[in-house]
Design a protein around this ligand. Structure first.
Ligand code: CTP
Ligand code: ZN
Length: 156
């Protein structure tokens, strides 16, 4: 199915952010990361499992009148490592950024091992190595604990 046919499901926005190429089925996780409750007075469009040339299916989230904070982009990268963030102004894509999962993640998520030194009163920031992007596997630098997507989602 072509992009123009996909457009039948989701229309263009005037100003705001389009998060495109979200891993199929993860749009609602992105909504959660962004703290969107549905009570805000903005137009939000969510498309789930729409056909995509690049990845068979994808999710899309469009938010009118709002841009994303770097911390939000980092969190999205954990759940949707192929997502593209498009900034829209007056109907045009003025900026396109592919999210990027770094090899080492510091301070974004907590270690799920309660005994980990990064969870103690010591001033130690969490630090993980990205062992695999999809499915997500993070390994704690301090205790070796393996975290998966579900462990990360619980914290958002
Ligand atoms: N978009 C939108 N409103 C606009 C402009 C673009 O909702 N006024 C959406 C498009 O539907 C698309 C995304 O923003 O989902 C990126 O737009 P564009 O770069 O034009 O599309 P592609 O070239 O298909 O993007 P990519 O190369 O990232 O696949
Ligand atoms: Zn740990």
């Amino acid at each position: 199915m072509s992009e123009s046919e996909t457009m039948l499901y989701v229309s263009k926005i005037k100003d705001g952010t389009v998060i495109d190429h979200i891993t199929g089925g993860h749009a609602l996780d992105v909504i959660k990361i962004l703290g969107i409750t549905g009570k805000e007075k903005r137009i939000i469009t969510i498309a789930i499992n729409v056909p995509s040339k690049r990845f068979k299916v994808k999710d899309i989230v469009k938010i009118e009148g709002r841009e994303l904070k770097p911390e939000e982009v980092h969190k999205i990268a954990l759940l949707a490592p192929h997502a593209t963030i498009n900034i829209i102004r007056n109907y045009n894509v003025v900026e396109k950024q592919r999210v990027k999962l770094p090899n080492v993640i510091e301070g974004i998520v907590k270690c799920a091992n309660p005994a980990c030194i990064s969870n103690s009163n010591e001033p130690v920031q969490s630090k993980f190595y990205v062992k695999n992007e999809e499915p997500l596997i993070l390994k704690c630098h301090y205790c070796g604990y393996i975290m998966e997507k579900s462990d990360v989602l619980k914290q958002f």
